[in-house]
Write a protein that binds this ligand. Structure first.
Ligand SMILES: C=CC1=C(C)c2cc3[nH]c(cc4nc(cc5[nH]c(cc1n2)c(C)c5CCC(=O)O)C(CCC(=O)O)=C4C)c(C)c3C=C
Ligand SMILES: [Fe+2]
Length: 391
């Protein structure tokens, strides 16, 4: 039985446009469900001055999510009115394995007295880390949506649908699209992690998203959260530019030392002839002679009994934004990670990574922290109901 790695590369020929990923359940889809080839994070300012307005937003957003993830014919309206749908996918929408995952930002809670005391325990405004060059226009937000699907058209269609459907409640602030390469099936059926834009397999050591007790421990809200938040998860989003021109001129041995893994197979450097799923043995290399102490994987997860509490589930996408004014390629990683405690996981790990040699090649420019709402059930339930009922 292969581990279910949400960062596994999507396999060619499996991108079924008719596939429905159910939006219903104790948890939202798009967190532990397989990651398809395309994704986007969009961040919004929320217009809701009272609980009734927020409930209205949640209910209408839920309706759109149910339609967009199931697909079907788009309603025909009087031609004197604007059409119900953008039409970019034709008159019948296909579900395309799409998921739409909604998270709430710190500013939603901070700006509203009636939400006081209901903020998730470790939700905060993202602050600058050592290597960050944060651009205000692409940071934070009251509410963020992660869109995922087999094709970018579906992701873009879903965003346009939500922007059109909720103009009185949601104002778009920023959005970043991303994708991961689709690879041919391997003859031995082995699952491989998708490669990032630095050419390395990204996701090899990701926790097994099919391991329910593990996900309960590291991804879903724990006992420290307000009751309404049960079933939710913290979503850390980072837009991290990759300085690819510089990277492509860096010797292979240096690239591998920076990550601590071989570029071709993804095997840890102390298992050079092995595979990406091999586990590094840091106890056999206490001084970092083979796997440098400041390599990305050793800092991110030193694999000590203590560091087990810092685990997170990563679900990143690559992005390609064209060319910057200075002629440099604007490419990078739309880093997305889910965890049960933001401080214990993402923030603690990022602090350990501060100063790592990889920083010479990356520049975090945007993102934010959000609390992915608990899931909702079929038939009248809506996203965020438990929060509204707790007010
Ligand atoms: C704070 C969390 C992390 C950030 C930010 C981050 C940025 C980042 N990572 C890569 C590429 C790779 N990361 C890999 C492993 C890895 N990264 C993190 C955390 C962050 N990365 C963790 C927890 C791990 C797992 C460590 C382990 O358990 O061994 C790898 C190796 C393969 C893998 O397991 O995924 C690569 C490659 C980039 C390019 C990047 C910023 C642009
Ligand atoms: Fe990483």
């Amino acid at each position: 039985q292969q581990a279910q790695n949400v960062a596994a590369a999507p396999v060619e020929g499996t991108e079924d446009r008719g596939q429905i990923i159910s939006p219903y359940g104790a948890h939202q889809a798009g967190i532990t469900t397989p990651r398809p080839a395309h994704g986007m994070v969009a961040s919004f300012h929320v217009i809701a001055a009272d609980p009734a307005a927020l409930e209205d937003l949640f209910r209408r957003l839920t309706d759109r999510i149910v339609f967009l993830t199931h697909g079907g014919p788009v309603p025909e309206l009087d031609p004197k009115l604007p059409p119900a749908d953008s039409g970019i996918l034709g008159p019948v929408l296909r579900p395309d394995a799409s998921t739409i995952t909604v998270g709430l930002g710190n500013s939603l809670f901070e700006g509203r007295d009636w939400l006081a005391g209901l903020k998730p325990a470790t939700l905060s405004r993202m602050t600058k880390f050592r290597n960050d060059a944060l651009v205000a226009d692409i940071c934070h937000g009251d509410l963020a949506i992660q869109f995922c699907a087999n094709s970018q058209d579906t992701v873009v269609h879903a965003l346009r649908d939500i922007v059109k459907s909720l103009p009185d409640r949601l104002v778009l602030r920023w959005a970043q699209v991303g994708n991961v390469p689709v690879i041919p099936p391997r003859p031995d059926g082995q699952v491989e992690s998708a490669r990032n834009l630095l050419g390395f397999r990204d996701g090899s050591a990701n926790p097994d998203s099919g391991d329910v007790p593990l996900m309960d421990r590291i991804v879903w809200a724990d006992a420290g959260e307000p009751t309404w938040a049960s079933g939710g998860s913290y979503m850390a989003v980072r837009i991290i530019r990759n300085l690819v021109e510089r990277w492509d001129r860096t010797p292979l041995s240096e690239q591998e030392a920076i990550f601590g893994r071989t570029k071709a197979s993804g095997a840890p450097l102390d298992r050079r002839a092995g595979t990406e799923t091999d586990v590094p043995d840091y106890t056999a290399d206490p001084e970092g002679a083979v796997l440098a102490m400041d390599s990305h994987i050793r800092l991110a997860n030193p694999r000590t009994p203590d560091s087990d509490r810092n685990l997170m589930l990563r679900r990143p996408f690559n992005y390609v934004n064209g060319v910057q004014k200075n002629g440099q390629l604007d490419q990078g990683l739309l880093f997305i990670a889910f965890q049960s405690d933001l401080e214990r996981a993402f923030i603690a790990v990022q602090h350990r990574l501060d100063g790592e040699p990889l920083e010479e090649y990356i520049k975090p420019v945007g993102g934010g922290y959000f609390y992915a709402l608990p899931g909702f059930s079929e038939g009248g339930d809506y996203l965020g109901r438990t929060l509204i009922e707790a007010i």
